[in-house]
Design a protein around this ligand. Structure first.
Ligand code: S3P
Length: 448
């Protein structure tokens, strides 16, 4: 499917964004290995989280879905069954890396695969520590590439220092640590998102976080008890509308019920530093997570430098930040972001290339981007690289680019934001959904 976007001057209103992807995955996984029923509201019905649901159903867990309400009948730490088929994680890095931690603790063998992008992404970062804990894992290129075969059981605790700041790596080891006697410990160079830690604590596990050394410990063999989980809106999805609100001349958007976990709010801090008129209000706590509302108004942005500790706090927002920086005055430099090269696509190369096609001036650096702001963007044909965040970032760029922007292969947006185009249409007050019969493809055209 192609997405067509026309330049717009006005984007106003109040919106919600779909549930947080990271929290939705973890709700299924922890719900499955806890005892009792876990009831989730606000679950993200995106393809990635549905892949997690599918994998746990294959592991013998009953999961009922009614819109974004999900009920998981937990079977306890040792209640999963050997799957009779291959577990397919689709496009989801979180699914394959986190589930591997759980499978490493099982007394059976499982096989994991995913789509083309997943089969290129590095897995040694989890297979190495999980093997050290006692799991037997086979994968292409010495255990670095999926498909993976995991024969689990008899895990022992470890103290592990990971060279990359990654919540997926940290969570994989913490989940495996649930199956080892004693305390399993992981230290990362910079603190990454801590949703696993918070949810484990709320399910009754003993978890200690040391923010000075960036070390997390979990005590093995806990009694996990399921409960209610209210998933807040995903700040990584909100980021597209926050940026749109700031860069569109008559932008004024309020996004309600957004997750504001401090390990995720780098985008708010950076937009503020760039000069955005942004306000956070109605802050409160739900199932251990901070939530609140955010208002943003059209703003004159200026270029800034971003790197170091900030990067893990906005790791998924760098493509949309590149759009904001292209519309800012002056130069923005993003460094220490080499992890972007091993996401769903090489996001540094993809966003630089596609925004440059639209008239931006971006240099790709070995570990980031140098963005010369203030260029006039002009609509053209772009590609999503089959990456949901690249597709949405380009759609927002299309709102400020002169004329019409076409984003090829935009269906991938469903991975994390199923109603993205409808939400955009609502805010621009256009309901023009036009089917292009010539291509036998459904094209969405915004007319205003
Ligand atoms: C995620 C962690 C991040 C992020 C991904 C989701 C998670 O990856 O990019 O979209 O849910 O743990 P890394 O922690 O590997 O950087």
């Amino acid at each position: 499917m192609d997405l067509r976007i026309k330049q717009t001057k006005k984007l106003q209103g109040t919106l919600t964004v779909p549930g947080d992807k990271s929290i939705s995955h973890r709700a299924i996984m922890l719900g499955a290995i806890a005892t009792g029923t876990t009831e989730v509201t606000g679950f993200l019905m995106g393809q990635d989280c549905l892949s997690t649901v599918d994998c746990f159903r294959k592991l013998g867990i009953n999961i009922a879905i009614d819109n974004s309400r999900v009920k998981i009948e937990g079977k306890g730490l040792d209640g999963l069954k050997e799957p009779v088929d291959i577990l397919d994680v689709g496009n989801s890095g979180t699914t394959i890396r986190l589930i591997s931690g759980i499978l490493a603790g099982q007394d059976f063998t499982s096989f994991l695969t995913g789509d083309q992008s997943i089969r290129k992404r590095p897995m040694a970062r989890i297979t190495k520590p999980l093997t050290e804990m006692g799991a037997e894992i086979i994968g292409r290129q010495n255990g670095n590439l999926a498909p993976l075969a995991i024969k689990g059981g008899n895990l022992k605790k470890i103290k592990y220092t990971t060279p990359v700041a990654s919540a997926q790596v940290k969570s994989s080891i913490l989940l495996a640590g649930l199956y080892a006697e004693g305390w399993t410990e992981i230290t990362e160079p910079i603190k990454s998102r801590n949703h696993t830690e918070l949810m484990l604590k709320s399910f009754g596990a003993q978890v200690e976080e040391d923010d000075i050394t960036n070390t997390v410990r979990v005590k093995g063999r806990p009694e996990l008890v399921g409960g209610e989980i209210k998933v807040p809106g995903d700040i990584s999805s909100a980021a597209f509308f926050l940026t749109a609100g700031a860069i569109i001349p008559e932008g004024s958007l309020t996004i309600t019920n957004v997750g504001l976990n401090p390990t995720r709010t780098g985008i708010i801090d950076v937009l503020e530093e760039m000069g955005a008129q942004i306000k956070v209000f109605n802050k409160q706590k739900t199932t251990g997570e901070v939530i609140g509302d955010i208002k943003i108004e059209s703003s004159s942005l200026k270029g800034i430098k971003i790197g170091g500790e900030m990067i893990p706090r906005l790791i998924d927002e760098i493509p949309i930040l590149a759009v904001a920086a292209s519309c800012a005055s002056g130069v923005t430099e993003i460094r220490n972001a080499e992890e972007l090269k091993v996401k769903e696509s090489n996001r540094l190369a993809a966003i630089a290339r596609e925004l440059n096609k639209l008239g931006a001036k971006i240099e790709e650096l070995p570990d980031g981007l140098k963005i010369y702001g203030g260029q006039t963007l002009k609509g053209t044909i772009c590609d999503s690289y089959d990456d949901h965040r690249i597709a949405m970032a380009l759609a927002i760029a299309g709102l400020v680019a002169q004329g019409e922007t076409i984003i090829k292969n935009s269906d991938i947006i469903d991975v994390s934001f199923p109603n993205f185009t409808k939400t955009l249409q609502k805010l621009t007050n256009t309901n023009s959904l036009i089917t292009n019969f010539l291509n036998q493809e459904l094209d969405l055209v915004f007319l205003w």
